[in-house]
Design a protein around this ligand. Structure first.
Ligand SMILES: NC(=O)c1ccc[n+]([C@@H]2O[C@H](COP(=O)([O-])OP(=O)(O)OC[C@H]3O[C@@H](n4cnc5c(N)ncnc54)[C@H](OP(=O)(O)O)[C@@H]3O)[C@@H](O)[C@H]2O)c1
Length: 251
């Protein structure tokens, strides 16, 4: 039976990395947290570290399953106060390894997988007139980066989508916000062969998100010493941007 006094959060991709750290941080602060992901053992391992996290397995690329899991969650615990659509995937794609399957895969998880979660969540929150939804994007979505075209494009789509709906949803009491982290040490970034500037831990990332939960700003980005430089690059005219990014990445 749900405890009506506890705040309720649903986090996709909550079995590892940033999602796990955020789930545990919310759990420590007394939230009821439900995590989802494809791999039951990873979800169970997080539950074992927690006070009272529970899980519902989900492949976010499955549209019907996303609806069913959300229905089960609402029937069991109620409508969440906070939904973090965090499940994501990353594989670099240098030009010489152009791969249409990879482009489809990353879009299905990172963009359409988030849409599959958003579709049942938004109308329920709109009907209630409250709620907060965080879409886990990335600074890789700010501008095109060599080797990250399919990943960056899927994350740019999230930023654009959330920008479009932020104001109309806010007027209905629903906060649709974007999270744009820099580099965080997780299994996703373990495949990067370069030195990642301003890299932080998942616990640090979760702390930054926790600090921002009471704000109504559109974007949550960290660590600012790195992400603000990328923000400035975003403002540059194309000619200057391409010149600088080519120098920085040697591509
Ligand atoms: N690490 C960084 O530097 C960084 C920077 C910017 C943004 N991000 C974003 O942060 C989010 C979390 O990434 P992370 O770095 O914490 O990596 P991670 O530890 O690999 O977390 C990704 C999670 O997503 C889940 N997932 C993947 N595909 C899924 C699917 N089809 N259905 C359901 N769950 C799925 C994975 O669990 P299963 O495999 O068990 O399903 C995993 O727990 C991602 O959206 C990523 O793009 C990360």
């Amino acid at each position: 039976m749900a405890d009506q006094h506890k705040k309720l959060a649903w986090i996709t991709g909550g079995g590892t990395g940033i999602g796990e750290a955020l789930a545990l941080a919310l759990d420590r602060q007394g939230w009821q947290v439900v995590i989802s992901g494809r791999t039951e053992q990873k979800l169970q391992a997080v539950v074992a570290k927690s006070q009272q996290i529970t899980y519902l397995t989900l492949d976010v690329t499955d549209r019907e399953q996303s609806q069913q899991v959300f229905n089960t969650l609402c029937d069991t615990y109620g409508l969440p106060d906070l939904v973090v659509l965090n499940a994501g995937d990353y594989t670099p794609m240098p030009l010489e390894a152009f791969n249409l399957d990879l482009i489809y895969k990353l879009n299905q998880v990172n963009y359409l997988g988030v849409m599959n979660g958003l579709a049942p969540v938004l109308p329920a929150m709109q009907a209630r007139g409250s709620g907060q939804v965080l879409l886990m994007s990335s600074v890789a979505g700010y501008r095109g980066l060599p080797d990250a075209a399919p990943y960056g494009a899927s994350k740019a789509a999230l930023i654009n989508f959330a920008e479009a709906l932020y104001m109309p949803l806010k007027q209905q009491g629903v906060m649709l916000r974007i999270v744009n982290p820099g580099f965080v040490t997780t299994q996703l970034t373990a495949q990067n062969s370069f030195k990642m500037p301003a890299e932080i831990t998942p616990i640090q990332a979760a702390d930054r998100i926790m600090d921002a939960l009471d704000s109504t700003s559109f974007e949550i980005t960290f660590p600012k010493r790195f992400t603000y430089i990328l923000k400035m690059l975003r403002c540059l005219p194309y000619r200057l941007y391409f010149f600088l990014i080519s120098k920085i990445t040697d591509k």
